[in-house]
Design a protein around this ligand. Sequence first.
Ligand code: ZN
Length: 395
Amino acid sequence: MDFDLSWLLLGLPLAFVLGWLASRFDLRQLRLENRQAPKAYFRGLNFLLNEQQDQAIDAFIEAVQNDPDTQELHFALGNLFRRRGEYQRAVRVHEHLLSRGDLSRADRDRAQHALAQDFLRAGLLDRAEAALQKLEGTHYENEARLALLAIYERSREWTQAAEVARKLDESDQASYSTRRAHYLCEQAAEHVARGEFDEAGRLLRQATEIAPTAPRPAIDTAALQLRNGEAGKAFDTLVALSDTAPLALPLYASLLQQAGAAAQRSGEALALLQRRYAAAPSIDVVDAIVALGGTTLTDTGAGTGDGEAAVTPRDSYVAHLQHQPSLAAASRWLAGERFEREALHPPVQRALDQAVRPLMRYRCAACGFEAHQYFWHCPGCQAWDSYPPRRVEEL
Ligand SMILES: [Zn+2]
């Protein structure tokens, strides 16, 4: 074949020069375009620093239109929309980012995380849940699991919450065993409400295994045993608990008294309550002691100072006043007393009882929410174990 090599020698440099010129032209074009984008970007930034968010958004939109490839601008814009409560627009920005094929793995995760934040803030929990689940295995995994846990707790989906808490437990960041025990107790309570006592018992045994020193599984177990007519077992459960969780005694003093009485072991119950009362006096423990017909006084008449007079259980309330100026104790003592002008007693008692009511509440240490019922999970701030086991008057 006749082939002239001189053409090749001339053609190669020519192709090189043409290619170089073409690339110069492209670069110049690109620089021209990019020069417009930073200008709008800096204008937006300036507005943002001056707290002029509306103008900042306009400038950023302009910048994004000039250069649709700028991820950082998309993120800035999305965050701005979210902060202003314009969740739909924030979602659109982040979904647009995610739809792009050229996004790096890190930016894709970041956009997915931002999208989950949008849904969370908008209160669209179903969509937030789906977005958070996609963050599994990413840099945002732990944060996403905590957010998922909050969603499941709020919607009382205890099985899902338990699964997430188990993963968090395995990741070694913190211990979630007490929390997982709470979930099992919550599920058990639902079974008790439906009359499914066997299933409730099974879940409570699991809870005790996961968190053997936590008071709730033992208290719930004892309550279930007492309900099932197993008073002896209930009493033993609470006696064991009084060693592992003595500070929580005010919460289960009444249950201990009932179990002790039902199991014909009132003497044992009384001795235990008296011993614990001497170490940590509390009105709930006094109530349980009085209900068992005992007193908090170790020596006859020592607490009341009236020497020869016979000591009655209710004298324990007066003795309790030496530990604490408790209006509740005063009111309980007064209720059983007889007065010369007995007709005047009821209105005084009513006024006192009304004053005592708010003092008998429990108060969340995290948010201050008060309630007559003791909560393991604060309905105010969603914190677990945030209520001290003592009444407001004793705090
Ligand atoms: Zn709270």
